[in-house]
Design a protein around this ligand. Structure first.
Ligand SMILES: NC(=O)c1ccc[n+]([C@@H]2O[C@H](COP(=O)([O-])OP(=O)(O)OC[C@H]3O[C@@H](n4cnc5c(N)ncnc54)[C@H](O)[C@@H]3O)[C@@H](O)[C@H]2O)c1
Ligand SMILES: C[C@@H](O)[C@H](N)C(=O)O
Length: 354
């Protein structure tokens, strides 16, 4: 029996004619390293994750995609492709051409920007997710879709917020993320899709900027502390407590959860992950240990209402127990690493800081 016939014989009888080709090509191409497609990879999380996965699986095995034109260096590091998640055929083509077996789906409009353009947020976060789920079902891919603290709302317990509780968010971002969690779980139980999701706190990073979230103030504070004025204008009140995480922990959690955890370790498909929680005033206090002259002027705006409906402290005991999650950075570690990284970036650009 030829290799090809053996592959065809192993196909499940329920697969349709179109699906047959998809599964066949998937099996013929399987090798030890996964073939990963990251959508929305030019945002805050995508590029750091791509770097980490490429170091482990090889540059060619991690295809980064977005709808934006990146800096020239991105093209030199490995495959970068245009993938609009609203274009189903375009997604199918990328999955087939690059022999993809895993999608990390990052494309989204975040909480604050989503409120400014609800129709677009619905298209990208809901219609786009439907395309990603369908392409993953059709080609039998593993699928990771991040969720967020924003998937909870004012009726949820806020301190701590457990994995399973009331979820009635009041932003289109939160509604679309609850939808993603439920649809992914439905595809898992109905079609056997290996869907996984982690709910992240606000992510803080030095070399990539956030894209319109409610937690962005925490990133901006670091940049402002290094500015000659050493002043930050904060759109949240001084005592607004929110869960936060350093980007290296975020990337580690995804790597471990998606690539080092087997399905039978998991009792469900969606988990909270946490690292620390702080208020603007507490972060400013930690920053003042490095820059004693650092000042914060508070002028709250509409993002306060969003923050007031979100968890203050996230209970991630499920992740710690079931798949061994453990964070590395607390608030002090975060502040140290952020200033070390930002100083490197400024030095490389020939700028002085402070
Ligand atoms: N950054 C955080 O604090 C945080 C926290 C929790 C969850 N998340 C989730 O993680 C994911 C990534 O977040 P991020 O901070 O990198 O977001 P981001 O806003 O920085 O990046 C999103 C990317 O999606 C792309 N995009 C928009 N429309 C698209 C389309 N039609 N097709 C393809 N790509 C499109 C954008 O060009 C952008 O590069 C999101 O799903 C977000 O909800 C992020
Ligand atoms: C929390 C997270 O989902 C994102 N940083 C936002 O604020 O929208």
């Amino acid at each position: 029996m030829s290799f090809l016939s053996r592959c065809i014989n192993r196909l499940q009888p329920t697969v349709t004619k179109t699906g047959l080709t998809a599964v066949m090509s998937q099996r013929l191409c399987s090798s030890s390293a996964p073939r990963v497609l990251i959508t929305g990879s030019m945002g805050q999380l995508g590029y750091p994750l791509a770097k980490k996965l490429r170091a482990r699986f090889g540059n060619e095995n991690v295809v980064v995609s977005d709808i934006v034109k990146p800096l020239p260096q991105v093209y030199k590091e490995g495959p970068y492709v245009f993938a609009d998640i609203l274009d189903f055929k375009n997604l199918q083509e990328k999955v087939v051409a690059y022999q993809i077996d895993t999608i990390i789906h990052f494309s989204a409009l975040l909480s604050a920007i989503g409120e400014q353009n609800t129709p677009l947020a619905m298209r990208v976060n809901i219609e786009g997710l439907h395309n990603i789920l369908e392409v993953s079902r059709q080609y039998r891919l593993k699928l990771f879709v991040p969720s967020t603290i924003g998937a909870f709302g004012p009726d949820s317990p806020r301190n701590p917020t457990p994995d399973l509780t009331i979820q009635r968010p009041r932003t289109i971002y939160g509604v679309s993320k609850v939808h993603a969690e439920l649809m992914g779980e439905y595809y898992h139980y109905k079609f056997g899709l290996d869907f996984r999701s982690l709910r992240f706190p606000g992510v803080i990073s030095a070399d990539t900027q956030p894209g319109g979230g409610t937690t962005d103030y925490a990133v901006e504070m670091f940049h402002d502390a290094l500015h000659p004025n050493c002043t930050h204008k904060c759109y949240l009140s001084p005592d607004t407590r929110l869960p936060m995480m350093y980007v290296d922990d975020t990337v580690d959690s995804i790597e471990r959860f998606v690539f080092d955890t087997t399905s039978d370790q998991l009792s469900r498909r969606t988990f909270n992950v946490a690292a620390m929680s702080f208020t603007p005033e507490e972060l400013a206090g930690e920053i003042r240990k490095h820059f004693p002259q650092f000042r914060v002027d508070y002028k709250v705006d509409e993002r306060q209402l969003i923050a007031d409906s979100w968890p203050q402290v996230f209970d991630d005991s499920g992740s710690r127990k079931e798949w061994g999650w453990n964070h590395e950075y607390d608030m002090e570690g975060l502040v140290n690493v952020m200033f070390a990284k930002l100083n490197e970036i400024h030095a490389a650009a020939g700028r002085t800081t402070g």
